[in-house]
Design a protein around this ligand. Structure first.
Ligand code: 4AD
Length: 546
């Protein structure tokens, strides 16, 4: 470059390239860009109002040049130090190739254990397989390695030859290893997992990891897209793993809840030819030449098995082609749905309340309940009865408190309450709200109308602080004629719904059910703002990998 431009006002040291149109901000950065002396002419903001740029004053150049020289000197000595380091390391690694360790046959044969059983087996020789979480090397004769196996963590102490082999010197985080040794309690005051450590007497690498370990791919500060591209490695992180384990525990507790209440579980299809929640969020699939969709909800299928299975539930994937990237919506989510025959609307709301309270209770009482408080220290289990708020009271409350929609206007009676005002209202009450009797205009074709106000439906949403809606449910229209009117009103061709309509012909009955978004429930329980944090591999617009 023949000349470099800088500007205090419109320049930027990070994004600027030193041209007139895209100047750098500082003279020092201009020198760094030039890289060597003699520097090209460096310009800065001109004091002459007729000109934009003028050459940097000589005194200023000399002053900055001194700083640049110092920087160069430091860099050179650092380069030299790291070159020497690398040389030393190379030599050490060569020498280490000659050091070998052996599994001492005179020691007692080890028992293979998982880390969850480590406390029980203290004092005996054990063998554990796991992945390297952290390594610290203290001089040449001591190395601390923390391993994990999914069931726990263990501090392993490797001394002398054990930490001088080639494998020891090149060991990196995320390598899979096997350690042999005896675990014993450590003195009070040390903060190590389970308050014990293993004195390793032999170890081996099962699957090595590249130098630098997982940090080569990403770290906590990495750009969100880089983190998502490397979700497979993020899942190995301590926090993400905790969330995934809680997902497993919560799923188990939902099942336990339903089985304890006498429900049966159904595995419904996810490739379907019917919409449930409106055409705008349907994912279309070419199904051997026919049009099909990824299911939005398994509700209709659950309804078909009530006459043979009674109360029934499922935990299946649901799909919504949501075109906006929001922090609470996914394109694929886990849907906990239930359907119950011969109930009334009040009983339906009681069931939703019972579901949430009982599942939380089971999770907290499980051996992993403490993780809820680790991730969400302020968590308070909800208490029955939940606040029950009619839709019309919610609209009145929002209008009275001047809580507007995103476009600045107030909510109107008869319209859907959008996410923002709904969130503000729920956060203000700061407790679960069963919002009920929503207008039929905003509900699907199947929602049963209220006997006393035909424009309203026997429908309910459960709203939770910090998350918003986590459950949507309703009584279902159970008379054939009314159902067909519902289809007509929503402009749905009933051809593909003959089987659903048959339910109203063969022993129809009053019934209702609901769907709970597992991820939204987890966001609430574990206090996660972004729904993508609680799914192993999130799917949303623009993201289908890995
Ligand atoms: O309110 P929704 O659309 O209701 C239904 O699908 C009913 N057919 C369910 C039923 O009655 N069996 O969805 C139910 C719940 C919502 O309250 C929300 O928790 C979750 O499913 N949900 C989503 N979760 C994540 N991402 C999305 N895009 C979601 N859409 C709905």
């Amino acid at each position: 470059m023949a000349e470099i431009y800088t500007s205090k006002y419109k320049g930027d040291d990070e994004t600027g390239d030193g041209t007139k149109d895209n100047p750098l901000r500082t003279v020092l950065q201009a020198m760094r860009k030039a890289g060597q002396e003699p520097f090209p002419l460096i310009y800065w903001d001109s004091k002459n109002p007729e000109q934009v740029y003028g050459p940097v004053a000589k005194s200023q150049l000399r002053r900055v040049q001194k700083i640049w020289h110092k920087e160069q000197y430091k860099k050179a000595s650092l380069d030299e130090a790291s070159r020497k380091d690398a040389e030393r390391r190379e030599k050490a690694i060569e020498a280490a190739k000659k050091i070998t360790i052996e599994n001492d046959a005179s020691l007692p044969a080890p028992t293979k254990i998982k880390l969850r059983d480590a406390v029980k087996t203290r004092g005996t020789r054990v063998k554990i397989f796991g992945w390297v979480q952290r390594i610290s090397r203290i001089g040449k004769r001591l190395m601390f390695v923390i391993i994990r196996d999914g069931s726990g963590f263990l501090l392993c102490v490797m001394k002398n030859k054990l930490c001088q082999t080639y494998d020891a010197l090149t060991l990196a985080t995320e390598a899979a290893i096997c350690v042999f040794g005896v675990i014993s309690q450590v003195s009070e005051g040390k903060t190590v997992p389970d308050n014990h450590e293993m004195a390793v007497d032999f170890w081996e690498v099962i699957g090595a990891s590249p130098a630098g370990g997982a940090k080569k791919l990403l770290n906590e500060e990495a750009h969100p897209d880089v983190q998502l591209d490397n979700r497979h490695m993020m899942l190995r992180g301590e926090n993400t793993a905790k969330i995934m384990k809680m997902r497993s525990v919560v799923t188990h507790c939902f099942r336990e809840h339903f089985f304890s209440r006498g429900y049966f579980e159904l595995q419904p299809p996810t490739l379907v030819q019917c919409q449930v929640e409106g055409g705008s969020t349907l994912f279309k699939v070419d199904y051997f030449g026919e049009e099909a969709y990824l299911t939005q909800s398994s509700q209709l299928y659950l309804e078909t098995v009530m006459p043979s299975m009674g109360d029934v539930f499922c935990m299946a994937q649901s799909y919504r082609a949501e075109v906006s990237r929001t922090h609470r919506n996914l394109a694929e989510y886990s849907h906990v749905e239930a359907e119950c025959p011969f109930i009334n609307f009040d009983e339906l709301m009681d069931k939703i309340e019972d579901l949430v309270c009982d599942v939380v209770d089971r999770v907290l009482k499980s051996p992993f309940g403490n993780i809820v408080y680790e991730l969400n220290p302020d968590f308070k289990a909800p208490k029955k009865p939940f606040r029950r708020m009619e839709y019309k009271s919610a609209v009145a409350w929002l209008r009275k408190n001047k809580i507007t929609k995103d476009n600045g206007t107030l909510c109107k009676y008869g319209e859907d309450i959008p996410e923002t005002p709904e969130r503000i209202m729920t956060d203000t009450f700061n407790e679960p709200i069963l919002l009920f009797r929503l207008p039929s205009k905003v509900k699907s074709f199947y929602a049963q109308r209220c006997q006393d106000r035909r424009r309203l439906t026997e429908s309910v949403d459960l709203l939770m602080p910090n998350v918003g809606e986590i459950v949507g449910g309703s009584m279902r229209i159970w008379q054939q004629e009314e159902l067909e009117e519902g289809f007509k009103r929503k402009g749905i061709n009933t051809e593909n719904y003959y089987w659903y309509i048959d339910q109203r012909k063969y022993g129809t009955c009053p019934h209702g059910g609901y769907g709970l978004g597992l991820e939204r429930f987890l966001c609430w329980l574990l206090n996660r703002y972004r729904i993508r944090e609680v799914v192993p591999y999130p799917r949303f617009i623009g993201r289908c990998t890995p």
